[in-house]
Write a protein that binds this ligand. Structure first.
Ligand code: GAL
Length: 962
């Protein structure tokens, strides 16, 4: 094989009127042309500079041209590519030579030495051309003309950037006489006998050998032999060779059998649970051209985050990705390069799924996918495509696939009646409906004839938990349902990666572009930023949450019985690859740790381990503060994607209740001056606003009900998003005024009565601040806020808490509570109780579209320090804590993180409660228990200024119990 990747001469043409006549001729002088790398996508070139080849455009559903199939716009950017190559010696003497293009977006024609070989469509599928007759010894010229738009574009309306070019490898492949054009390896596993059966189909007169198994058979024959099966948990592959006298084809065989039995999807006789993600191919610099390193990196990240399945939304990936799935162990739904969602605009008139003129084109795509990928054990299902509604052409694809490969179930979400789909699949089903499906109690099929069959099928959520921005909320609730009902076999989070395009500001700061950032007239904005990893593949808090929610072993600590139970949630393997460790922390400081001997649990089983003596002893020792026991499951040895000691799962329990801080008082009484009032170490202005504490200047704290809307607040499938309600005239939470009604001092402290409401709004919140000084610590103040809504509050509140501005120097952060990452009411599974350090800068989560972020949950205390000062916040018992160098209003106004400008102060939010995240941008609202309703309530927070860190060690705790 001769790779033709590398530098090609390239000319970008504005359209069909602008083509270069004769560019394919060997004698054509292209020395003045630019050079472009193959593979690549031409719009990704020099986007911060000249952007010489146009720019990316993002649409989710809409076609970027008038829907008038099969015609496309007159403006059809076209790339002309040329290069020469030396034909390897001997290639002309026998056999054939084939030009293989692995992916060209969207339509192209190829010439060798000026002779046209043919043309191709089907961007994410391979195309081959026999070039034999036109090759010459020595130097040859290949020319390719690629059009951005074609009839094929109507079939490629996936939710992604429109990008073009030869974006996957190109090669010239020598095919020997009597070679092997195709092989189909059938490698089944019988779990009852432990035997694998291998049969390789090929038209050639070939022998099949698997040295490790001692197999040496003719193609077409079967061998049945004891084997270790392939699963995503045990990706056991056997090297095989299929050979004729002239050609050897290497295969990696995985023995496994996929069935649907008793209404569930099984592999090797066992039901599986999919902990999946939808994966688009994406690199922020190169678009859909990915290196093998990036593909491997994706899979390693997935494995490290307990993800075990990928739906290749919505096209077959680079073939090398599937090699890696086989090797590392991931279940794959391989999806065809097909989506016609934009026909929504014309109420699906002329949808290619129905119209017979498209039949061959659709069948061709299915054929090319199945033939390319049929030998991958990781591929356990074929999928026809995404969002094409229904139609006879899809029926034909399904029929063909079943005929060609009866060993894999077929998936297609729009086959609502499951006329041919072998699994019932839906997207974005809410928890309650999912539960009904789990019980097989969903509404009847429109066509009663199909009802019984559909109800008997397993169910998967091919998309759920829309991961746009902060969130997705509600993962834990989904997982509970998946684990409870055998019919529910898991799902695929939408989606793996934020498809942001990396840019740099003039002064070199990095940022990521989304729809509209390239001046597109028609675009879908930041909906492209909906992944579990950021565009640079940094895990987002959503991925950390997912990892915890889908952890493969569940650790429960029972302090009463002094035991730890470990439930093995793997489908196949036992827990011998894990090592368990315990540690005890008092107020987040480790006081003891050790190894926990846990009996090996087989798949699906639970075992119980007694606490070792060292643990029992450590627990018996006295603790001053709050004591927690954590047990972690870690890799006992290095494997292909994780190192020894890498944590996969954990459990935690409190061993002693948190000491509840109480006000040590009565402290000093307030002292009133002309325009201010002093209380302990604090100074208030005439409106009763705290202006300094222990000499640290501050503004506030005052009631804060607003958050910079998250994507899920802004976008809703149910009409108006919450953000719009919050901004409505009736509530106007984003422009509340705080009016002081009274400032009263008594011997207990200071009482400030306020009314919080917006111009024009009828609703209001009464907020009464009761300040008390602490008798023991002069620079400690306690604040109890009583809030009482007035008027009609029809929307939940984004947050309920206090905001204050503090000096910028206080930019080191330490806290005891939930962490290390951000967490909200319905995204809190991954927050463990501990003591954490960070900085203000590191506490910001850089969502591609700025929004509320960074809150830490269940914080007992938090201390900001810097410049020789500390400022602590003390919970009674806890609060949610956020600190940022800008305000919520700044976050709300910004469209990209790099537009945020640090202010001269830091802004702290100390929240009694926060509304959940939900995924209403993906059709699922915040669950009732995570809604924050406006109601009469009260909360208390302590504030303490200090001069160095040690003063605030465990602030407010330990002195006053109960
Ligand atoms: C689904 C679609 C995905 C993606 C998602 C979020 O309907 O299948 O491709 O577009 O919505 O926008």
């Amino acid at each position: 094989m001769l790779s033709l990747d590398g530098d090609w001469r390239f000319r970008w043409c504005a359209g069909l009127h602008d083509l270069t006549e004769g560019f394919e001729a060997p004698g054509f002088d292209a020395s003045g042309w630019a050079v472009l790398a193959v593979p690549s996508m031409w719009q990704m070139t020099d986007l911060d500079g000249e952007a010489p080849y146009g720019k990316p455009q993002y649409t989710n559903i809409a076609y970027p041209f008038p829907v008038d199939p099969p015609r496309v716009s007159e403006a059809n950017p076209t790339g002309e590519y040329r290069r020469t190559f030396e034909l390897p010696d001997g290639w002309l003497e026998s056999g054939r030579a084939v030009m293989r293009f692995e992916g060209v977006d969207s339509a192209f024609a190829v010439w060798i030495n000026g002779i046209r070989l043919g043309d191709g469509k089907g961007s994410r599928l391979p195309t081959e051309f026999d070039a034999t007759e036109h090759l010459v010894a020595g130097e040859n010229t290949v020319a390719v003309r690629v059009h951005q738009w074609s009839a094929g574009s109507y079939l490629e309306d996936q939710d992604m950037w429109w990008l073009s070019g030869i974006f996957r490898p190109v090669a010239l492949v020598h095919r020997p006489e009597n070679g092997i054009d195709d092989v189909f390896a059938h490698a089944a596993y019988d779990h009852a006998t432990g035997l694998g059966t291998l049969r390789v189909e090929t038209a050639a007169n070939a022998r099949v050998t698997v040295p490790e198994l001692g197999i040496d058979i003719a193609a077409g024959e079967s061998a049945t032999i004891p084997v270790e099966p392939w699963t995503a948990e045990t990706p056991r592959l056997y090297d095989a060779v299929v050979a004729t006298e002239t050609e050897r084809v290497s295969l990696r065989i995985g023995f496994r059998t996929v069935t649907i039995e008793d209404g569930v999807l099984k592999v090797n006789g066992k039901p599986i649970l999919l902990r999946g993600v939808n994966r688009h191919e994406w690199d922020p610099d190169t678009g859909r051209t990915l290196t093998v390193e990036t593909m491997r990196h994706d899979l390693e990240l997935m494995k490290r985050h307990n993800v075990n399945a990928v739906r290749t939304s919505h096209y077959p990936p680079d073939r090398r990705f599937l090699d890696l799935c086989d090797e590392l162990g991931v279940w794959v739904i391989d999806e065809c390069d097909l989506e016609t969602h934009g026909f929504d605009a014309s109420t699906w008139r002329d949808n290619p799924a129905k119209d017979p003129v498209w039949r061959d084109a659709l069948l061709d795509r299915m054929t090319r996918m199945v033939e390319r990928d049929k030998n991958h054990p990781s591929v356990i299902m074929w999928s026809l495509g995404n969002e094409c509604r229904e139609g006879q052409n899809l029926d034909a694809m399904a029929a063909w696939a079943k005929e060609r490969d009866a060993s894999r179930p077929l998936h297609y979400e729009c086959d609502l009646q499951c006329r041919y789909a072998d699994v019932y699949s839906q997207m974005y089903v809410g928890h309650a409906d999912l539960e009904r499906i789990g019980r097989r109690e969903e509404d009847r099929c429109d066509d009663p004839a199909n009802d019984e069959r559909r109800r008997s099928l397993p169910f998967i959520l091919c998309e759920y938990a829309f991961a746009m921005g902060n969130g997705p909320g509600g993962l834990s609730e989904y997982q509970r349902l998946f684990e409870r009902y055998p019919r529910l076999q898991g799902g695929f989070v939408w989606e793996w990666i934020d498809k942001g395009v990396r840019r740099r500001t003039e002064d070199g700061r990095e940022w990521f572009a989304y729809g509209g950032d390239f001046g597109e007239q028609l675009h879908d904005g930041s909906v492209i930023a909906d992944g579990l990893v950021f565009p640079d593949r940094t895990p987002s808090p959503g991925l950390i949450e997912y990892k915890k929610v889908v952890e493969p072993v569940k650790i429960r600590i029972n302090a009463e019985t002094a035991t730890v139970s470990v439930a093995n949630g793997y489908d196949f393997i036992d827990t011998a690859h894990l090592r368990f460790e315990w540690r005890i922390e008092d107020d987040g400081e480790q006081v003891a740790s050790g190894v926990l001997e846990v009996p090996v649990a087989t798949a699906g089983a639970a075992v119980v381990a007694d606490w070792p003596e060292a643990l029992a002893k450590a627990i018996a020792s006295p603790s001053e503060g709050e004591r927690w026991l954590t047990v972690s499951a870690r890799l006992a040895a290095d494997n292909a994607w994780g190192e020894t000691g890498f944590e996969l799962a954990w459990g935690q329990t409190a061993l002693s209740a948190a000491p509840v801080p109480v006000v040590d008082g009565p402290g000093p009484a307030p002292v009133a001056a002309a325009d201010r009032c002093m209380l302990g170490g604090a100074v208030f202005d005439g409106f009763g606003r705290l202006t300094s504490l222990g000499g640290i200047e501050m503004t506030g704290p005052r009631l804060d009900l607003w958050r910079a809307p998250t994507d899920n607040d802004r976008i809703s499938w149910f009409g108006t998003g919450l953000a719009a309600q919050w901004r409505s005239r009736d509530l106007a939470l984003d422009r509340l005024e705080h009016k002081t009604l009274a400032v009263e001092a008594d011997s207990d402290g200071l009482v400030v009565t306020t009314r919080v409401a917006a111009a024009g709004a009828d609703t209001a919140i009464g907020a009464v601040y009761r300040w008390r000084a602490d008798a023991a610590v002069p620079a400690r103040l306690w604040l109890t806020v009583a809030v009482a809504p007035e008027g009609k509050w029809e929307a939940p509140l984004p947050r309920l808490g206090l905001r204050l501005a503090v000096p910028k120097a206080l930019n080191e952060v330490e806290w005891f509570g939930g962490g290390p990452g951000e967490a909200y009411a319905d995204t809190r599974a991954a927050a463990r109780v501990g003591r954490f350090q960070s900085t203000v800068a590191r506490m910001q989560t850089p969502y591609m579209f700025p929004q509320e972020n960074g809150s830490r949950i269940d914080v007992r205390w938090a201390t900001l320090s810097g410049g020789g000062r500390t400022l602590s916040f003390i919970g009674a018992p806890s609060f949610a804590f956020t600190v940022r160098p800008w305000t919520s209003e700044d976050l709300d106004a910004a469209r990209h993180p790099h537009e945020l400008v640090e202010r001269g102060e830091l802004y702290v939010n100390v929240d009694a409660a926060l509304h959940g995240m939900g995924t209403s941008s993906g059709g699922v609202e915040v669950e009732p228990e995570h809604r924050l309703e406006a109601r009469t309530t009260m909360f208390t927070v302590g504030f303490e200024a200090g001069s160095d860190r040690s003063v605030c060690d465990r602030p407010g705790l330990g002195r006053a119990a109960g």
